[in-house]
Design a protein around this ligand. Structure first.
Ligand SMILES: Cc1cc2nc3c(=O)[nH]c(=O)nc-3n(C[C@H](O)[C@H](O)[C@H](O)COP(=O)(O)OP(=O)(O)OC[C@H]3O[C@@H](n4cnc5c(N)ncnc54)[C@H](O)[C@@H]3O)c2cc1C
Length: 387
């Protein structure tokens, strides 16, 4: 999938080899038997839309402190880079704890993306009365335009800022989120599922990894801190797999079907008595018009304009969405392009190097890039026949 996820897999494998004789419990998740490789239709004329959004990156990681803004106590919960969905339950658990610390039980949540929806849900579960205030609701939020993979350390902070305290916090967020996601498996609409991924390379994987270096050093935390939550990749012998590329490595990854997942979150929130108010705040002073004295700020990249938070750097990313096929339960990646078999529209993404899109907040779709990405992925599709 992404090059850094692949890195993590390599690390987990090496760690496992070293520990195999002493520990059988501290291991990466075992990949299940591979899903059958049915043919996949991938061509530019099957693109149904191209979406672009910006990851809300902060060099020091997400903002989770509590601030007094006028008469309001504001628990911040924004700046999750490329990991917002993956870390949402864990991050929002912390923000909710902060918001409820003073005993108030009527809480306002600003924002209706990944962090706002999970914060609101957790507040309700804690017995609070909750109103979400947001300019955009799904499917218009930036969260809607994410790839939809379990990527808990994607652009989460700079390597130099990953202090021991941050690593501890991140690990806590990742573990809480992972556990929560396992409770969403098997539900109607399949909000969360596991799918196989094949990482394809022209040279042995170790050499391919060595050739990929980013100029921006993002933290890589998965292999060090949560190896047992990442599936262990399996190298497939050249000639033993149906891809027209010599080297293939298979693992199994958690995937979020964001359309169904967001509908589930919004539906449950409203069914449990939650209110949603569509509104925009232009300055922090405007928060004073809300009746709640305690707020959780989940405005994502919007916090840059609202609070003047220049620590937020936009990292642009584009997805081509194609006509889905519910029979397809596997994806693959090749030459920095990935294909994810989302049920709410196949995803094809040219993810480039980790610094692709750095400090770029433009959101105009690039059709040529989308068509090129689809051509790359289609060109290495497995040679399989329809049953
Ligand atoms: C191309 C791409 C792929 C990604 N893939 C993944 C992935 O596979 N896995 C993963 O975990 N993460 C992924 N991410 C990252 C993830 O999408 C983000 O970290 C996450 O969406 C951030 O969620 P959020 O709730 O903080 O922000 P948003 O989704 O932007 O929500 C912010 C909310 O606040 C509201 N708001 C903002 N400002 C104001 C204001 N002034 N007044 C009122 N309301 C306001 C907005 O309307 C919105 O409702 C990806 C990101 C990109 C760009």
């Amino acid at each position: 999938m992404r090059r850094r996820e692949f890195f993590a897999g390599v690390g987990a494998t090496a760690l496992l080899s070293a520990c195999a004789s002493t520990s059988s419990t501290r291991g990466a998740l075992q990949a299940a038997a591979p899903a059958p490789l049915v043919p996949v239709q991938l061509s530019a004329d099957r693109i149904i839309k191209i979406t672009v959004c910006t990851r809300p990156f902060r060099a020091q990681g997400p903002r989770l402190d509590v601030e007094q803004i006028g008469s309001k106590t504001v628990a911040h919960n924004y700046g999750h880079g490329g990991s917002g969905w993956s870390l949402s339950w864990g991050s929002s658990t912390i923000a909710v704890r902060n918001a409820l610390a003073g005993g108030e039980r009527r809480i306002g949540v600003i924002g209706c993306g990944a962090l706002g929806l999970t914060s609101a849900t957790l507040l309700q579960r804690a017995g609070a009365q909750v109103t979400i205030y947001a300019k955009d609701l799904p499917p218009q939020t930036r969260s809607t335009f994410a790839t939809g993979s379990w990527t808990p350390d994607s652009r989460i902070c700079l390597a130099a800022q990953a202090t021991p305290a941050f690593k501890q916090l991140w690990q806590q967020m990742a573990r809480t989120s992972y556990l929560t996601y396992t409770n969403l498996l098997g539900l109607a609409g399949t909000p969360v599922e596991y799918v196989d991924n094949y990482d394809l390379t022209d040279v042995p994987h170790a050499q391919a990894v060595a050739g990929q270096r980013s100029t921006i050093q993002f933290a890589e935390l998965q292999e060090e801190l949560i190896p047992e939550l990442m599936t262990r990749p399996h190298d497939l012998a050249p000639g033993s797999h149906p891809f027209p590329i010599r080297y293939a490595r298979r693992d199994t990854q958690m995937m979020f079907n964001l359309t169904a997942y967001q509908r589930l979150l919004v539906g449950d929130f409203v069914a449990n008595g939650g209110k949603i108010v569509v509104t925009e705040f232009h300055t922090p002073d405007e928060l004073s018009r809300l009746s709640e004295s305690v707020l959780i700020n989940c405005t994502g990249f919007g916090a840059r304009a609202l609070l003047g938070d220049q620590s937020l750097t936009p990292v642009r990313g584009q997805l081509a969405r194609l006509i889905p096929d519910p029979e397809v339960h596997y994806g693959w990646s090749y030459n920095n392009v990935l294909f994810i078999p989302r049920r709410d529209g196949f995803v094809v993404q040219d993810y480039g190097s980790e610094d692709k899109g750095w400090n770029d907040d433009t959101v105009i779709p690039d059709r040529a890039e989308a068509e090129h990405a689809v051509a790359v992925i289609a060109g290495v599709a497995p040679r399989v026949e329809s049953a």
